[in-house]
Design a protein around this ligand. Structure first.
Ligand SMILES: Cc1cc2nc3c(=O)[nH]c(=O)nc-3n(C[C@H](O)[C@H](O)[C@H](O)COP(=O)(O)OP(=O)(O)OC[C@H]3O[C@@H](n4cnc5c(N)ncnc54)[C@H](O)[C@@H]3O)c2cc1C
Length: 449
């Protein structure tokens, strides 16, 4: 544990070491002393925020309640994240170059046949590896990493006073003052509650980590699977993602949270012999936000990552957006302090929120629409699988996903794509009823692969 010997600590009212604040009642200006930032939550969002804050010479405390733990997560990241966040290749468990999509009737479509370049792949990693790497980097940059659970925040009455953060660490209750707070504490964010940021709908995601015998594991060497269908998820998808020596097998749903275990059982039935002989080494579940919170900046507190609600609807992807929003927010605070000598709600909204929305709001809205069109029922998901066999769709999807850039293709190709989408939707809607009859007759899925 990093010892906390900052002069900015204030005495706790409960059993704790006594530390004193020298600056408790000072008006905070850039010339008087360093700004104090508390980042609550040491996932990708919090660690990235702490790195940017420490880089900007801001006194930074990064709180993580469970440094030895691991966030339940599929661990798929876009390729651009490796370079953008200077991640070493050693963090990656698997280079996934084959992505198999399985339709509600278990028809496979090799989605990745047309990855836009040979060297393109989807990096798969374990979150315990990524998160501790990023926290270690934050520490190297000068942030103080505090292994502690934040239990409360006292919001000051004026913009001149600091926030007081209460936390438990190594069995004792302590407090610390901060001028700004970055809430990076995930989907169950306490920071969001404390500042009245408002609620958001969540999906629940359930995942088992299954160690497979070597022969079964070799099938997943560079292959990931995504299963579509109301049996495995009425409104999302199920997945089998390969890790170092095991696979992460899971599903998510918004509308059938109480059925999550039977959805997972259906996934096992669909995957069939591919998971045979496996040993479950971990079972985990966690909420996934469905959309941003009503308020993401309140006073001198900014929410980032899952706490803010930055997960795309269609794919449930949030690691990159967490790290990116943490970085944008940390840089915004650094810039405000350096250039304006103060951090205010208006400044955070302008320098962090607006920049975020300008870059990503369009992408999130587009993926929301895709979700509404293709995930509404099994016919839509059959159409989606069919569309994903299309070379143009694959090329465009991977360009967008791997690089996190929305681009528009040549108008003629885009028109043809729209036409094929309509055709596919109509065909699958007509066929859907027949498929349903067949499924009832067979009672289970034929093994096609
Ligand atoms: C099952 C599942 C599979 C997923 N698969 C993928 C995937 O393959 N790819 C992808 O991009 N996204 C995936 N996601 C989404 C992704 O996991 C999240 O979007 C991402 O973790 C958000 O990062 P974050 O840093 O905002 O929050 P988190 O990763 O949730 O980190 C929050 C951190 O804050 C800490 N914390 C919380 N409260 C406190 C407190 N009071 N005091 C101190 N510390 C606290 C927690 O311990 C945690 O470490 C998945 C999510 C789930 C649930």
């Amino acid at each position: 544990m990093a010892s906390i010997t900052s002069p900015f600590l204030i005495p706790s009212k409960t059993k704790t070491k006594t530390c004193y604040s020298r600056h408790r009642h000072l008006t905070i200006t850039a010339s008087s002393r360093p700004l104090r930032a508390a980042v609550i939550g040491g996932g990708p969002a919090g660690a990235s925020a702490a790195i940017s804050l420490a880089n900007a010479n801001i006194t930074t405390f990064l709180f993580e309640r469970n440094p030895a733990g691991s966030k339940p997560c599929g661990g798929a990241i876009p390729l651009c994240m490796m370079e953008e966040f200077s991640l070493p290749p050693s963090l990656i468990d698997r280079h996934v170059s084959k992505f198999l999509l399985l339709s509600p009737s278990n028809l496979p479509s090799l989605f990745s046949r047309h990855l836009s370049a040979e060297s393109h792949y989807i990096p798969m990693l374990r979150r315990e590896v990524l998160d501790s790497f990023l926290r270690e980097r934050a520490k190297e940059k000068g942030a103080v990493v505090v292994p502690g659970l934040v239990t409360g925040i006292k919001v000051p009455g004026s913009d001149k006073e600091p926030y007081v953060i209460r936390y438990t660490s190594e069995g004792s209750i302590q407090t610390i003052e901060a001028d700004v707070i970055v809430g990076a504490d995930g989907a169950n964010s306490r920071v969001a509650r404390e500042i009245g940021a408002g609620e958001y709908a969540t999906a629940i995601a359930f995942q088992e980590r299954i160690r497979l015998p070597p022969s079964a594991m070799s099938y997943y060497t560079d292959l990931a699977e995504m299963y579509l269908g109301s049996d495995v998820s009425p409104d999302f998808y199920a997945w089998v993602f390969p890790k170092c020596d095991h696979v992460a097998v899971g599903t998510g749903t918004v509308s059938s949270k109480t059925s999550i275990k039977s959805l997972q059982a259906s996934l096992h039935a669909r995957a069939g012999s591919k998971l045979a002989g496996g040993t479950v080494i971990r079972v985990e579940a966690h909420p996934i936000p469905e959309h941003p919170r009503p308020r993401r900046v309140v006073g001198r507190v900014a929410l980032v990552g899952d706490a803010a609600g930055y997960v795309t609807k269609c794919s449930g992807e949030g690691i990159y957006f967490a790290a990116k929003s943490g970085r944008l927010c940390g840089e915004a605070i650094g810039r405000l302090w350096r250039e304006e000598g103060k951090v205010t709600e208006a400044g955070l909204k302008r320098e962090y929120l607006k920049k975020w929305d300008d870059e990503y709001l369009g992408m999130f809205r587009f993926l929301d629409i895709l979700h509404k069109v293709f995930y509404m029922d099994d016919a839509g998901k059959e159409a989606l699988t069919e569309m994903c066999a299309d070379a143009y769709v694959q090329k465009r999807t991977f360009e967008c996903y791997l690089n996190k850039k929305m681009t528009v293709g040549p108008p003629w190709e885009e028109m043809k794509l729209a036409w094929r989408t309509v055709g596919s939707m109509m065909r699958n809607r007509l066929l859907g009823k027949e498929v349903e009859k067949l499924r009832k007759l067979e009672g289970s899925y034929p093994s096609i692969i």
